[in-house]
Design a protein around this ligand. Structure first.
Ligand code: SF4
Length: 401
C-alpha cells in the first residue's frame, strides 16, 4: 500500500512555492532592466475576436498569477493591450492591482476581461449575488465597465444545462444591456467540445475562454467545435497553452513556452492567448514568441516528443468522478496539483482547493485503502497527487505588500 499521508517534504515545497509568487527577486528586476525587448513597444499581429470586433494582439496577459504591477506595466509598455483577470483571483487583489494600474491610462488603450463564478445548481439569491459580484469587480477595477465578462468555469454538467440555463443567460444579458460589460461569454476547463455547441445554440455568448494546447487528446473534435463557434460569431481566447508550465510529471523541467504559444497560434481561430506570466523573464519569453510567432521544425519535433510523455495537464472531463466512491472532483484536484507543482504557485492551488469545498480533507481516499478506482489515461497516480496537493490547504496565504 502506498503511503498517502501528509508528506513533510511536499509541505515544505508547497510553503516555498507560496512565497515564490509574491517576491520580486533582484534577479528578475535586473533581467528586465537589461532586456531591450521589454522596453520596446512591439507591433504584434492582431486578430479579430469574433463578433465583438475587438482587434487583439495575438499575445495577451493572463494576470491570474501576477502580483507585481511592474510586470503589468512592462507588458502594457511592450504593446499588449488585453488583460485577463477574475473576481476570485488573489481574493480580489488581482482586480485591485489592475484598477490601480489602469486608472490613469486612456480607456481605449486596453481591454479587460473579468470573470465571476457561482454555485451550481443556482441558489434563489443568484441574480442578486451575481449583480453584487460584478459591481464589486468594477469597483475594484475602478472602471464603469469591463470589455468582456465571463461566467467563470462552466463545467459542472454532462447535459451542459449550466451553459443554457435561462437564469444565467438573462443575468449576463442584463449586465450587457446595463453597460457593465460590452461583451459576455464563458470560460471552461472541462475540455468538452459539446460545450461549444451548447453555447452556440444559445446565441448569447460572444466569447469563449477555453483550455487549448498540443496535449489535448480530443484535439480534432475541439478544433472542429471552435471552427463551428467562429462561424457562429463567437470569439475564442486560449488558456492553459503551456499544459502546466513544466514538461515532466515531477514538475522539475520548465517547458518551452515559446513552442507552446506558437503551436496554439497556428490555429487562426484562436484570436489571442493569455499566458499567465508573473515575472519579467516569463514575459520576455512570451514577447519573443509574439514577435516571431511561426512554429519552427525543431519546436514542432519537441512538442511531438512531449505528446508521448506524462506531464501535469489533466485530460479528465467533467466534475465528479463516477468510479470514485468519494465522488471527488478529480480534474479540479489535478488542476490544483498542476498549479502547485507546475506553476509553483501555492496560493493559486489553495484558492482552487478552497473553491472545491472538500469535506474531511484529512481522510480523503481513506475508503479505498490504497486501491484507487480511477484509471487515468494520462498515467496519473491520482490518489498520490491528491495526497501531495491537499497539504497546500495548511499553507498560510502570503499577503501582498
Ligand atoms: S483513492 Fe482514487 S477512487 Fe478512491 S477516493 Fe481517492 S481518488 Fe477516489
Amino acid at each position: 500500500m502506498k503511503n498517502k499521508g501528509v508528506n513533510r517534504r511536499d509541505f515544505l515545497r508547497l510553503s516555498a512555492a507560496a512565497g515564490a509568487g509574491v517576491v520580486l527577486t533582484p534577479g528578475a528586476a535586473a533581467s528586465t532592466l537589461s532586456n531591450p525587448t521589454i522596453s520596446q513597444k512591439s507591433d504584434f499581429p492582431k486578430r479579430t475576436l469574433g463578433r465583438t470586433g475587438l482587434q487583439l494582439p495575438i499575445l495577451s496577459m493572463g494576470v491570474m498569477r501576477a502580483d507585481n504591477p511592474n510586470v503589468v506595466r512592462a507588458a502594457y509598455n511592450a504593446g499588449l493591450t488585453h488583460f485577463d483577470t477574475a473576481h476570485g483571483y488573489q481574493n480580489g487583489r488581482n482586480e485591485e492591482m489592475l484598477g490601480n494600474f489602469f486608472k490613469d491610462k486612456p480607456r481605449d488603450s486596453f481591454t479587460i476581461t473579468t470573470k465571476g463564478g457561482f454555485q451550481y445548481p443556482l441558489k434563489d439569491s443568484f441574480e442578486t449575488e451575481y449583480t453584487e459580484l460584478i459591481d464589486l469587480s468594477l469597483k475594484r477595477l475602478q472602471m464603469d465597465h469591463v470589455d468582456i465578462f465571463l461566467a467563470h468555469g462552466l463545467q459542472s454538467k454532462e447535459s451542459f444545462d449550466d451553459i443554457t440555463n435561462p437564469r444565467i443567460l438573462n443575468v449576463l444579458k442584463k449586465f450587457k444591456a446595463e453597460g457593465k460589460t460590452r461583451f459576455i461569454g464563458l470560460s471552461t476547463h472541462a475540455l468538452k467540445p459539446a460545450q461549444i455547441d451548447a453555447a452556440i445554440e444559445t446565441g448569447v455568448y460572444d466569447v469563449i475562454l477555453i483550455s487549448y494546447n498540443f496535449k489535448l487528446d480530443n484535439l480534432k473534435e475541439t478544433q472542429e467545435a471552435i471552427e463551428r463557434g467562429v462561424k457562429a460569431g463567437i470569439g475564442f481566447i486560449a488558456m492553459k497553452t503551456m499544459t502546466g508550465a513544466v514538461e515532466d510529471a515531477e514538475g522539475k523541467k520548465k517547458i518551452n513556452a515559446q513552442a507552446c504559444l506558437k503551436w496554439a497560434w497556428e490555429n487562426k481561430n484562436i484570436a489571442t492567448i493569455i499566458p499567465g506570466f508573473s515575472n519579467f523573464d516569463e514575459l520576455d519569453e512570451c514577447l519573443a514568441a509574439g514577435n516571431n510567432p511561426s512554429l519552427t521544425a525543431p519546436e514542432k519535433n519537441y512538442l511531438a516528443m512531449l505528446c508521448n510523455q506524462e506531464m501535469l495537464f489533466c485530460q479528465r472531463r467533467g466534475k465528479r468522478e463516477k468510479e470514485c466512491p468519494e465522488h471527488l472532483p478529480i480534474p479540479d484536484l489535478m488542476r490544483a496539483y498542476m498549479y502547485a507543482y507546475g506553476y509553483k504557485n501555492a496560493n493559486l492551488s489553495k484558492d482552487t482547493l478552497m473553491e472545491l469545498d472538500l469535506q474531511n480533507v484529512a481522510n480523503l481516499c481513506k475508503s479505498c485503502s490504497g486501491d484507487c478506482k480511477v484509471k487515468c489515461t494520462s498515467g496519473f497516480d491520482v490518489a498520490r497527487k491528491i495526497a501531495a496537493v491537499t497539504p497546500v490547504l495548511q499553507v498560510p496565504f502570503i499577503l501582498f505588500t
